[in-house]
Design a protein around this ligand. Structure first.
Ligand code: FS2
Ligand code: SF4
Length: 520
C-alpha cells in the first residue's frame, strides 16, 4: 500500500505496510481502485460532454469514501466501485488509461496529490450540502474537471494554477454548505452546552452531517431518549432548527482520537455520520452504527431510502434496551462538569461587529487569532493548548473544527462582554472565519493580510487540505501550519508556498506568539 494523505502518516512519510489509522493494505488497494474508477467515469462523462446528477453524486460520494477515517469496509467500497463502473459503461467506449497516482517525478506526485486530496475534502462539503438539497453547478462540474486534470500531465505552473482555481471553487462550496446549513436550520446563535449525561436512555451522534442529526432528533422525539453530540457535531447546538428539540441534551466526550476509551463503558449506542471513525474495541463494537459514506466491516449500517430518509429504529431500540445511566452522570473523568460555548458563526460574530471594531480601535483588542483545524493523536498537538493559554488577555481567539477540544474547556475570561474564545463551528465553518475577516478588512479599509489577525491552523485530514488551498487562493498570507507539514508536499512545493504565501511551519508556542505580536 501507499498512503500519505493525512497528518499521522507513518514517520511523516507514508503508510506502506498498514495505516496508522488502521487501514489495511487490501482496503487501501480498494480505495485506490475506486479513485481510478472515478477518474475513468469523469473522463468518460467529459468525452461525452455530459454531466448528470447521478454522476455528480457518485464522484462526490466516491471521493468522500476514500477520505481518512471514513470507510474501512472492503465490501462496501468494492460495491460502490462497481456502481461507478456500471455508470461509466453507460457512456460506451473503452475505459481510458489512468495515470499511476503515486509514481513519477516527486514534484508532480506532490502537486497531483495536493489537488486530489483537496478534492476529497471538497467532496465531503458538497455531499453535506447535497444531502440538504443544495447544489451548485460550478462546484459539481469541478469534480469532473479536477479528476480529469489529475489524470493528465501539466507543468508546475499549470498545476499551481489548477490548485488556485480549485481553492476558489472550494470557497464557493463552503459558502454553499453554509447556505445549506443556515437555510435549513437557521443562523447559529451562541449556546452553552452541558457536558454531563442525564439519567435514562441516550444516543451519541458523531461526525458532521446535520441532516442525519435532524432525522434522528425527529425519530426520537417523545421517546424518552436524549441525544448527545460528539466531536465535530458540537456546533449543532447553535442552530435554532436543531436546538428547538429539548432532547438535544448536551455534548459527550472530546475529540475523535479519544473515542476508543470514551466509548468503552457508556450504556448507549453511537452513530457515525462521517469521519472520524477509528477501529473499535470489542467492548463497544456492538454499539456503533454507521450511515452514508461511513463503513466498517461488522458494524451495523443505516441506509437511506431513495428520498434520503433513514430509519434509525435499530439504534433507538438499542438505546432503550441499554437504558442509559440510572442517575444523572458526571463526565468529570473526561471533560464533564462544565459548559462548552459554541454558535459563534459569522452571523453571531458579525452581530457584534461594531463592538469588535471599536474594541480594536480603542486598543482593548490588540490581536485576533484563529486557532483552528483538526485534532489528532500527534504529541506535538499540545502546541495548540499552550499557544491559546499563552495568548495575552487583550486578544481574542476564534476557533473551529475538532482541534478546539485542545482548549475549549479553558476559561480565558471576556473582553467587553465577549468570551475570549469564540467557537465558530465545524471545519467547514472556516467559511465563517473568512467572512468575518473580510468584513473587518472592509470596515478598516484594508486587506485581510493587513488586519491584526493571524491564522494558526492544525491539519489532519483532507478537509483541512481544501480549506488551506482556499485560504491561499484568497491570498491569505502568514498562516502558521502544524503540527507537521503534509508529507505529500515536496521540498519544492513547500518552498513555493513559503515564498509565495509566507506560510510558516509551527515552531513552539512562545516563539510563534512572539513573532506574531512583534515581540521576538
Ligand atoms: Fe476532526 Fe475528523 Fe472536522 Fe476532520 S473529526 S479531523 O474529520 O473534518 O475535523
Ligand atoms: Fe496512513 Fe493517514 Fe493513509 Fe491512514 S489515511 S493509511 S494513517 S496516511
Amino acid at each position: 500500500m501507499f498512503c500519505f494523505q493525512c497528518q499521522q502518516t507513518a514517520g511523516n512519510k507514508c503508510c506502506v505496510s498498514v495505516g496508522v489509522c488502521g487501514k489495511q493494505p487490501d482496503t487501501a488497494a480498494l480505495q485506490d481502485e475506486l479513485v481510478y474508477e472515478l477518474i475513468r467515469l469523469a473522463e468518460a462523462a467529459a468525452a461525452a460532454g455530459q454531466r448528470t446528477q447521478i454522476v455528480d453524486r457518485l464522484l462526490m460520494d466516491g471521493l468522500f469514501i476514500t477520505l481518512t477515517n471514513v470507510n474501512f469496509d472492503n465490501q462496501a467500497i468494492a460495491e460502490f466501485t462497481e456502481r461507478v463502473r456500471a455508470e461509466r459503461e453507460k457512456f460506451g467506449g473503452k475505459p481510458c488509461a489512468v495515470v499511476e497516482l503515486w509514481k513519477g517525478d516527486t514534484d508532480t506526485v506532490s502537486l497531483r496529490s495536493t489537488l486530489l486530496f483537496g478534492m476529497k475534502g471538497m467532496a465531503a462539503y458538497a455531499h453535506h450540502a447535497m444531502n440538504l438539497g443544495y447544489t451548485d453547478d460550478e462546484v459539481s462540474a469541478w469534480f469532473y474537471k479536477g479528476l480529469c486534470a489529475v489524470n493528465r500531465p501539466h507543468s508546475v505552473e499549470e498545476w499551481l494554477a489548477l490548485i488556485v482555481e480549485f481553492g476558489q471553487v472550494n470557497f464557493r462550496c463552503m459558502e454553499l454548505l453554509d447556505e445549506a446549513n443556515t437555510g435549513t436550520f437557521g443562523t447559529p446563535q451562541p449556546a452553552k452546552v452541558p457536558t454531563d449525561i442525564k439519567k435514562g436512555p441516550f444516543i451519541v451522534v458523531s461526525g458532521h452531517d446535520l441532516g442525519d442529526l435532524a432525522q434522528l432528533l425527529e425519530q426520537t422525539a417523545g421517546k424518552g431518549i436524549n441525544i448527545y453530540t460528539h466531536s465535530e457535531m458540537l456546533p449543532a447546538h447553535g442552530y435554532p432548527g436543531l436546538k428547538k428539540h429539548p432532547h438535544l441534551a448536551g455534548n459527550f466526550g472530546t475529540a475523535w482520537q479519544s473515542q476508543q476509551t470514551e466509548f468503552e463503558n457508556i450504556p448507549a449506542p453511537v452513530l457515525f455520520t462521517t469521519n472520524c471513525l477509528m477501529p473499535q474495541r470489542p467492548s463497544y463494537q456492538d454499539r456503533v452504527y454507521t450511515t452514508s459514506v461511513v463503513g466498517y466491516a461488522g458494524l451495523r449500517h443505516i441506509e437511506a431510502d431513495a428520498c434520503g430518509r433513514k430509519d434509525f429504529s435499530p439504534i433507538i431500540e438499542q438505546a432503550l434496551a441499554l437504558g442509559g445511566y440510572e442517575h444523572d452522570h458526571s463526565m468529570s473523568g473526561i471533560n464533564g462538569g462544565h459548559m462548552l460555548m459554541t454558535g459563534f458563526a459569522h452571523g453571531a460574530v458579525l452581530a457584534h461587529a461594531e463592538e469588535i471594531i471599536s474594541l480594536i480601535k480603542s486598543g482593548k483588542v490588540r490581536h485576533i487569532f484563529l486557532v483552528g483545524g483538526c485534532d489528532g493523536a500527534h504529541p506535538g498537538r499540545n502546541y495548540y493548548t499552550e499557544f491559546v493559554k499563552s495568548t495575552p488577555m487583550d486578544t481574542l481567539v476564534l476557533t473551529l473544527a475538532c482541534g478546539k477540544y485542545r482548549f475549549n474547556d479553558l476559561d480565558l475570561g471576556e473582553i467587553g462582554g465577549l468570551p475570549r474564545i469564540l467557537d465558530m463551528g465545524q471545519c467547514n465553518d472556516a467559511y465563517s472565519a473568512i467572512k468575518v475577516a473580510l468584513a473587518l478588512a472592509d470596515a478598516f479599509g484594508c486587506t485581510v493580510n493587513d488586519l491584526p489577525l493571524t491564522l494558526v491552523l492544525s491539519w489532519y485530514e483532507q478537509k483541512a487540505v481544501c480549506i488551506l488551498l482556499t485560504l491561499l487562493a484568497l491570498g491569505v498570507k502568514n498562516i502558521y501550519l502544524g503540527p507537521t507539514l503534509p508529507a505529500f508536499l515536496s521540498e519544492t512545493v513547500v518552498k513555493t508556498l513559503v515564498e509565495t504565501y509566507d506560510l510558516h511551519p509551527t515552531t513552539n508556542p512562545q516563539q510563534d506568539l512572539d513573532a506574531i505580536l512583534g515581540r521576538g
